[in-house]
Design a protein around this ligand. Structure first.
Ligand SMILES: [Zn+2]
Length: 316
């Protein structure tokens, strides 16, 4: 199998957004796994938690076990077949092209219109040189959809194959509750519900991208290593403005993920979790999560207060 088969129905000369709608229509008809995944998304139990006047949503979504429990250490990754290489994709799977990437419906969605957007080449997950591409993607699929990125050490379940994701924007809590950005500054620091974030907003793509890159550079300086700092990114384009939310991280998973028995909560925060959609794979864990527990999880995986302050003063 090849990308040629995956892209066989695509009309690359037409705008991206309507091609994604056509793709979903075709895939719902011909791919039972996607149909079932979307149907179960509609039935999920959800609850809203509030802290600092900000809401997050917890959902119980057993179909996400594969992603939540994914082993992303180097030897586990080397031992498995890459599910973002076309040879290993289901026979029904189709996609549409965007700048060396392929947009495909995710049959295990967290949100409606959840897409995986994989590179044509099997190459490592890293954001360097791709921030502007993420913003162009957000512009072409917006304003009703948003684009996002998980770093290889904090949420990407395929750290060996570059990919973005996308989904319907209106169900992303943090996008609805953004802090104001003064017109004089393209990036601001904000802390809410236990999470630290930098919010970049600008009408110019290059200005928004360079504000984000400046923050990533400052994170790299503080960690004192050339590796990509642990981070998640969300990008949205609406009303002529690019908004990018950067979540600096210090841990991939909280201690409760590794606990056993009554202490265990299988929560593995990736970008959508950081944006206010906590995914529990087990109903009993869902029952136990309250605002305090959610806040503690966010605090544990977000960068420390001291490092956040240092980055904020570097980019001010
Ligand atoms: Zn691959």
């Amino acid at each position: 199998m090849s990308w040629e088969r995956i892209l066989q129905n695509d009309r690359p000369d037409e705008p991206l957004r309507p091609r994604i709608d056509a793709l979903f229509t075709e895939q719902r008809e011909n791919w039972p796994m996607l149909r079932d995944g979307e149907a179960s998304l509609g039935q999920l139990q959800r609850k809203t938690l509030t802290s600092d006047h900000e809401n997050i949503v917890v959902q119980v979504n057993p179909a996400r076990r594969r992603s939540t429990l994914a082993k992303t250490d180097a030897s586990s990754i080397a031992a498995r077949r890459c599910f973002l290489c076309p040879d290993n994709m289901p026979i029904e799977e189709r996609g549409v092209a965007f700048e060396g990437l392929v947009v495909m419906p995710n049959p295990f969605p967290v949100l409606p219109m959840h897409c995986t957007i994989a590179a044509l080449e099997h190459c490592p997950q890293q954001i360097a040189g791709r921030v502007e591409c993420l913003l162009r993607l957000a512009e072409q699929i917006g304003p009703d959809m948003a684009a996002f990125y998980n770093g290889p050490r904090c949420g990407a379940s395929a750290p060996d194959h570059f990919h973005f994701q996308a989904a319907l924007a209106k169900e992303i809590p943090t996008l609805r509750q953004q802090p104001e950005t003064p017109a004089s500054r393209s990036i601001v620091a904000a802390s809410r519900f236990g999470r630290h974030m930098f919010v970049a907003r600008d009408g110019e793509l290059s200005a928004a991208a360079s504000a984000v890159e400046r923050a990533i550079d400052a994170m790299r300086e503080i960690q004192g290593s050339a590796d990509e700092p642990m981070l998640n990114l969300l990008a949205h384009h609406n009303g002529g403005l690019y908004t990018v939310i950067l979540f600096p991280r210090r841990a991939h998973r909280p201690a409760c993920y590794f606990a056993t028995g009554a202490e265990q909560l299988l929560i593995s925060p990736a970008v959508l979790e950081m944006c206010g959609i906590l995914v529990a794979t087990e109903a009993e864990h869902f029952e136990r999560i309250d605002a305090k527990i959610a806040r503690d999880i966010y605090q544990e995986v977000s960068i420390s207060d001291a490092d956040f302050e240092r980055i904020a003063s570097k980019i001010a």
